[in-house]
Design a protein around this ligand. Structure first.
Ligand SMILES: [Zn+2]
Length: 199
């Protein structure tokens, strides 16, 4: 077997850092990548290098994109007066799949977690306030996760937007509390969006 600093150990270590992958799965994946045909490993390495080099946050909404602006911000058919504030690019995908939402997004890059040292400066809250202040926005939908931290983040954003002459709403309840939006199915998300109310 390999020594502690060898390439195989390094691969195990890096794979085990991925969400949902423990040491056992990391070992299984590493074994798959190293067994026989090396093509899957080469393709994976190239794909990883590609996203690391080419994908970056959208200059407007911080969704992931290959260009300056993401496809949603570039789409003239989207309603630019409506901004749905979410925690991660993954949440954008969830709302897009739920269908029916035609506004734009703003990706915060996480949620406030004071105990973990995650303060407002680590999120894109200032950029959100600037976006709203530029005008043309009539409603901001705060779609943070239904958790204490998500609610705290929504409250912070609401205070930040106070006095900016924009309607601030939040998703209707009915989503699984204490979790991420991922656990909601597309219909639940669409309903939560339809039933949104003033914060
Ligand atoms: Zn964008």
């Amino acid at each position: 077997m390999s020594d502690a600093s060898g390439p195989i150990t390094r691969l195990h270590t890096e794979l085990a850092k991925l969400p949902g992958i423990g040491p056992k799965s990391a070992e299984r994946i590493a074994h798959f990548l190293l067994a026989g045909d090396r093509k899957p490993a080469v393709l994976l390495a190239e794909a990883l290098r590609d996203v690391v080099e080419k994908v970056r946050p959208c200059a407007e909404c911080f969704n992931l994109t290959e260009g300056e602006l993401c496809a949603i911000c570039r789409d003239p058919r989207r309603d630019a007066g409506l901004i749905c504030v979410v925690e991660s690019p993954r949440d954008v995908g969830l709302f897009e799949r739920s269908g029916g939402y035609r506004g734009l997004y703003h990706v915060l890059g996480g949620r406030l977690a004071p105990l973990e040292g995650l303060g407002p400066d680590r999120l894109t809250l200032t950029a959100l306030a600037q976006r709203v202040r530029r005008g043309g926005v009539r409603e901001v939908i705060l779609a943070t996760s239904p958790t204490l931290e998500g609610d705290g983040t929504a409250l912070f954003a609401n205070n930040l937007l106070a006095g900016s002459n924009v309607q601030v709403t939040k998703l209707a309840r009915g989503l699984p509390t204490g979790s991420s939006l991922e656990l909601a199915n597309p219909q639940m998300l669409a309903d939560a969006l339809d039933g949104r109310r003033d914060l």
